[in-house]
Design a protein around this ligand. Structure first.
Ligand SMILES: [Zn+2]
Length: 332
């Protein structure tokens, strides 16, 4: 069928093109309701790909221009191939893979999708992957009642994590970012202490809140060497460092601190396990969302039609108040 899709044609260059997509017998055709802009998409837009050279198992095709992209999103199934059993036309689905969601329609295999939970707002259901990943990380983080939790990187995932930490009974949540607008929103949504790393020393701030002990749990959600370094320096003895991000460059890190202070290092990634594990964990990860225990709507700060996707990326990169920027192909 004919559709319109956004594709990268060079570093920082994006174009919406007419395109023909034909689902294979094992594929599902989805009409896109909403597609999110993720830090990973911004990296691709800026020409940054992981050291694995674009053959990252997450990515469906090796990276090269022109590159059709978008992995967050969802919509309604319009057609299924003859070998598809798990989904039928009319089903609402959310994407968990690199299925090129910046498009009026996208095609996916059964394993790329999860059914949208019953009763969940359609916008939030389309963000099932980023929300689910961040909540899953929070559930796996070992955050306990009474902990001091420091989150490095207050983008979308960091915002969700700070809320999860609070809901799990953290005594104090500390958010670190260099963009004041992100910190301001986090404070409005319940963050206890905001540290602007462009102005103040985040490690010193964490030590001050914890009387020199360090945080019980530090969550790295920025994907930078600096965040990993400062995070490593901010965990208390025997504390926990939670690693979340997609890191596009090799990093140098004092991991002797992991050893000497016997840190527990947890690598959390809902989408980085087997598909069957993901299928079991996704409903668990999205349960707090369906139950209304987190405030996700205020995190959707900007919305653009597909034709203005270049503006969506400019906003995601440059607007200090941007948390989750979304593209709505249905908006014409
Ligand atoms: Zn993402």
């Amino acid at each position: 069928m004919k559709t319109r899709s956004a594709c990268l044609t060079g570093v920082g260059k994006i174009e919406v093109r007419d395109r023909e997509i034909t689902p294979a017998p094992d594929e599902i055709l989805v009409k896109t309701h909403l597609a999110g802009v993720c830090g990973q998409d911004k990296n691709l837009y800026n020409g940054l790909i992981p050291p694995s050279g674009g053959l990252n198992t997450e990515m469906r095709t090796a990276f090269g221009y022109p590159y059709f992209f978008g992995h967050e999103g969802g919509g309604t199934v319009v057609e299924v191939g003859e070998r598809v059993r798990r989904f039928a036309p009319g089903d609402r689905v959310m994407s968990f893979a690199w299925v090129e969601t910046y498009s009026e329609h996208f095609k996916a295999r059964e394993d790329d999708l999860e059914p949208a939970p019953e009763g969940l707002d359609p916008d939030l259901a389309c963000l099932g992957e980023p929300v689910g990943c961040a909540i899953f990380s929070g559930l796996m983080s070992q955050i306990q009642l009474g902990d001091v939790v420091a989150v490095f990187g207050m983008g979308f995932a960091g915002q969700v994590m700070a809320q999860v930490a609070r809901a799990k009974g953290a005594f104090r949540t500390i958010g670190v970012d260099v963009v004041q607008g992100k910190l301001d929103l986090a404070l409005e949504l319940g963050l206890d202490v905001a540290v602007n790393g462009a102005r103040d020393d985040p490690v010193a701030a964490v030590l001050e809140v914890t009387r020199g002990q360090g945080a019980d749990v530090v969550v790295e959600m920025a994907g930078t060497e600096e965040a990993l370094r400062m995070g490593t320096a901010s965990v208390k003895h025997n504390g926990t460092l939670v690693f979340y991000s997609w890191v596009t460059q090799d990093v140098t890190l004092n991991i002797s601190r992991w050893h000497n202070n016997s840190l527990t290092v947890i690598n959390t990634g809902l989408v980085h396990h087997g598909v069957l594990q993901r299928r079991i964990w996704t409903p668990m990860a999205l349960r707090p969302l369906i139950q209304g225990q987190l405030k996700i709507e205020p995190l959707i700060t900007h919305s653009y039609p597909l034709e203005e996707i270049d503006r969506a990326f400019a906003t995601a990169a440059g607007d200090p108040a941007a948390i989750k920027v979304v593209v709505r192909p249905e908006a014409g």
